[in-house]
Write a protein that binds this ligand. Structure first.
Ligand code: IPM
Ligand code: MG
Length: 369
């Protein structure tokens, strides 16, 4: 049965390595279950710059607009450090987010039982942790105008970025967070800096207004983002859904990732409005970056990217059982003690390679089926 189309953009650094493993998982689903994906492959980031002279070609963007979901590996690397700003690999990723208007970025931070003593925090603080960060992704400091590096009258250079949010931009991400919370424990904490930024004042007001008007059953709290960061490492289990802006969400989600043991574990889904065939525009990518230091060594953890595919099964293709099967298989592999190097902490323990971890997940999928 054809379930939909996928654009696969492995990108740079460890992106292609982890995406290779995701492709083996996709093949498994196609072979063993009644599903079939129409797959297209292309480049983004530095890989696209090398091939097309731009980090995101118009043709790639056209295809991205047509498919049901995009799977992206990672972008960036030292090779591209000296490129002009508009040609840098990250611009490709940011253009995809902006052009597809992917405003709601879901970053679940879940601590698998087998990893509760791998976090930098004490096991009792992270065991059973399951929070969802909803990061606004298409506005804020990442895209606000004016921006740039200029020269003042005295000849001194200065740089400007603008944090911009309209009411409707805040409203739609708040709605997204409340909808998610409705299916979880009905608790949302909104984070901003209303004590120093007008954007924070408006953010707080609009989020509260949407809650009072349409989601009275949701328990909503507000926190300044700096206090939120502190609370996230002090007692993360006080949170369920956190909604925050683009820049704070970038920082808080890296922090939350580390609570779960490694940045190599965290998937994400970026969702927008409905497209022509009634599905939400969507891109799935691991929260980790391109990790150039370990690229090509078989050391990368493929789990964040594999779990991102699982989110695609759930959120785009409505294949919840299949997503659960995949999540369960990952969990079982971890509980067997199989880990890539990012998760190793005991001396003399030999890490599994990227491919070996995926072999084990495939093995578990076969057992669980
Ligand atoms: C992320 C990444 C990106 C971001 C980079 C690669 C542009 O850190 O998805 O969190 O800053 O949003
Ligand atoms: Mg980040």
């Amino acid at each position: 049965m054809a379930v939909g189309s996928l654009l696969i953009l492995p990108g740079d650094g460890i992106g292609p390595e982890v995406m290779d493993e995701v492709c083996r998982i996709i093949e498994w689903f196609e072979k063993k279950l009644d599903v079939e994906f129409e797959k297209k492959f292309d480049d983004v980031g530095g890989a696209a710059y090398d091939k097309y002279g731009t980090p995101l070609s118009d043709e790639t963007l056209r295809i991205a607009n047509e498919v049901d979901a995009i799977l992206l590996g990672a972008v960036g690397g030292p090779k591209y450090d000296n490129l002009e700003f508009s040609l840098k690999p990250e611009r490709g990723l940011l253009k995809l987010r902006k052009e597809l208007d992917l405003y709601s970025n879901l970053r679940p931070a879940q601590c698998f039982d087998a990893l509760s003593d791998y976090s930098s925090l004490k096991p009792n603080i992270v065991s059973g942790l399951d929070i969802m960060i909803v990061r606004e992704l298409s506005s804020g400091s990442y895209f606000g105008e004016p921006r740039g590096i200029e020269k003042s009258k005295t000849g001194e250079r200065y740089a400007v970025n603008t944090t911009y949010y309209s009411e409707s931009e805040i409203e739609r991400v708040a709605i997204s967070a409340f909808e998610i919370a409705s299916k979880r424990s009905k608790k949302v904490c909104s984070m901003e800096k209303a004590n120093v930024m007008e954007v924070g004042v408006l953010w707080r007001e609009v989020v509260q207004k949407i809650r009072d008007r349409d989601y009275p059953e949701i328990e909503l709290s507000h926190m300044y983002a700096d206090a939120g960061a502190m609370q996230l490492v002090r007692w993360p289990k006080q949170f369920d859904v956190i909604v925050t802006d683009n820049l704070f969400g970038d920082l808080l989600s890296d922090c939350a990732a580390m609570l779960t043991g490694s940045l190599g574990m965290l998937p994400s889904a970026s969702l927008g409005n409905k497209n022509a065939n009634g599905k939400l525009k969507a891109m799935y990518e691991p929260v980790h970056g391109s990790a150039p230091d370990i690229c090509g060594k078989g050391l990368a953890n493929p789990i964040a990217c594999i779990l991102s595919f699982s989110m695609a099964l759930k959120y785009t293709f409505d294949l919840k059982k299949e997503a659960e099967l995949l999540d369960k298989s990952v969990e079982r592999v971890l509980s067997k003690g199989i880990r890539t190097a990012d998760l190793l902490q005991k001396e003399n323990q030999k890490p599994s390679s990227t491919k070996e971890v995926c072999d084990e997940i495939l093995n578990e999928l076969n057992i669980q089926l």
